[in-house]
Design a binder for this molecule. Structure first.
Ligand code: 5GP
Length: 213
């Protein structure tokens, strides 16, 4: 197997008697930084990655499908799930509730997958606390102007939603210092290549090799 193929193969070449271990791959950054597009690029390039589908109380955008980008639930349903311990972490972000289902995440890690979380900075802090072995990446926008342009381009959110997200951005951006890696998304191709490089390096870490049972 070539080096490039090994990096893309979920069962990448490892010494016999060992299997590659899965891990949590956390992406945070302000709304409009381009996390969603970067996640799409990563998933397309690396089949060992799976996206963790969060639950949210936010209204579904026209471009979204229930069970694909999110599990869309009512506030009552969200609270009930939270009380039952369904979430690895949950947070109120821009006035809506979001949470990462713990069972999906752990089942995929047990299968040796890289589980990709697109979560806000509060979620990032929670994951660092409960799963310190997680790999965390902060996606930084080139500027606030670029962020506003991207939020406007989305065209599915009203002015009020855009204003809330823009107002929250500086506080979120200050949190980059707590992450393992920083990816500045000024050029999508370069930023995606950087994210994939982080994945490949982390995937190759000797400490993640587990003895085959
Ligand atoms: P959006 O509404 O634009 O899809 O997401 C808004 C923010 O919520 C983004 O910063 C996104 O990363 C974050 N988010 C999405 N899912 C989760 C989650 O499960 N937990 C947390 N803490 N944040 C999330």
């Amino acid at each position: 197997m070539t080096v490039a193929a090994a990096a893309q193969d979920p069962t990448r070449d490892v010494p016999s008697g060992f299997v590659p271990g899965g891990f949590l791959f956390v992406l945070s950054g302000p709304s409009g930084a381009g996390k969603g597009t970067l996640v799409e690029r990563l998933l397309a390039a690396r089949p060992d990655c799976v996206f963790a589908i969060s639950a949210t109380t936010r209204p579904r955008r026209e471009t979204e499908t229930d069970g694909v980008q999110y599990h869309f639930v009512t506030r009552e349903e969200f609270e009930a799930r939270r009380a039952r311990g369904w979430f690895l972490e949950s947070a109120e972000v821009h006035g809506q509730l979001y949470g990462t289902p713990v069972h999906e995440v752990d089942a995929q890690i047990a299968r040796g997958r890289v589980v990709v979380l697109d979560i806000d900075v509060q979620g990032g802090a929670s994951v660092r606390r409960v799963r310190p072995e997680a790999v965390t990446v902060f996606v930084y926008p080139p500027s606030l102007e670029a962020l506003l342009a991207r939020l406007r381009k989305r065209a599915t959110d009203g002015e009020e939603v855009i204003a809330t997200r823009l107002a929250d951005a500086p506080g979120e951006m200050a949190q980059w210092v707590h992450y393992d890696y920083l990816v500045v998304n000024d050029d999508l191709d370069r930023a995606a290549a950087e994210l994939i490089a982080v994945h490949d390096a982390e995937r190759a870490r000797v400490k993640r090799l587990a003895p085959r049972t």
